[in-house]
Design a protein around this ligand. Structure first.
Ligand SMILES: [Zn+2]
Ligand SMILES: [Zn+2]
Length: 268
């Protein structure tokens, strides 16, 4: 049973899932090169946290890898937590796509349509992760939204942005799922997907998303606890550079190319 005071206000008799959670396996890449590991918790820890706060399940959606899925699933069996295997990849257009339930590793940095087809062919659903951001709030383009199986209410975004997204999605009859985009334990469950039918397996999750028998909720957005993850992230980043024997010149080059990319993105 979840400890008192840590449970989320999930409607009675419904199963709630956090469909966007990162672990230590999450690997950020820049131009195809290794950059850093951006999650700070082990898969077992995130499964135990999900159980503690009363979630029925969660999706492990590390950047560019499914390495954390297996240990999360074995921990899930111990606590009756359903773990959905997934990953988060970036398309060549710059969109982040959460591949839920796709059995294979999906190659990033390709056209959106190709990535979505691959996800569906390997049995999954394609979710547009954080489709709205502060820069895009007032020039929101839904041009790509029809390509996805669902759009995401993202726990890392301010509530007012997610309200804008909800209104637009409702008008266009687009499906919405909820996920926290957690990189540490304390933000798990900030946004969730509520299922109207009981969920016992990964297949149940995917089938219900396809049918649209879902609702999304954002309980809070926690900028402070999210920024607390940065010192840990930088420590891990340093450790991974040392492990891989990366030279300082390479790190400097990557920072410079990252800054150039950001500048190009802002110009677009
Ligand atoms: Zn993302
Ligand atoms: Zn993410």
């Amino acid at each position: 049973m979840p400890e008192k005071g840590t449970s989320l206000p999930i409607p009675n008799g419904h199963d709630a899932f956090d469909l966007h959670v990162h672990t230590v396996y999450s690997v950020c890449r820049l131009n195809g090169n290794f950059l850093w590991n951006d999650g700070v918790c082990r898969p077992r820890e995130v499964v135990r946290r999900a159980h503690l706060i009363g979630l029925k399940g969660l999706a492990i959606t590390d950047h560019n890898t499914r390495s954390g899925v297996r240990s999360a699933k074995s921990e899930g069996k111990k606590h009756d937590v359903v773990v959905v295997g997934g990953s988060e990849i970036r398309s060549i257009e710059g969109m982040h796509i959460v591949a839920l339930g796709a059995e294979s590793i999906i190659e990033p940095f390709r056209p959106l349509q190709e990535i979505v087809e691959d996800i569906r062919n390997s049995g999954g659903v394609a979710v547009w992760a954080h489709p709205i951001n502060l820069l895009g709030a007032f020039c929101l383009s839904f041009g790509h939204s029809e390509a996805f199986d669902a759009l995401e209410i993202n726990g890392a975004k301010p509530m007012f942005l997610n309200r804008i997204l909800e209104r637009n999605a409702r008008k266009r009859r687009l499906k919405l799922v909820g996920g926290s985009d957690s990189h540490n334990l304390s933000t798990i469950g900030d946004a969730v997907t509520i299922f109207r039918e009981p969920i016992d397996s990964e297949e149940d999750v995917i089938r219900n998303i396809r049918k649209g028998k879902i609702e999304s909720r954002q309980y809070r957005t926690s900028l402070i606890s999210r920024s607390c993850v940065y010192p840990q992230r930088f420590r891990l980043m340093g450790c991974s550079y040392l492990r891989k024997g990366v030279k300082w010149k390479m790190i400097t080059n990557r920072v410079i190319s990252g800054a150039n990319r950001l500048r190009d993105n802002l110009k677009m």
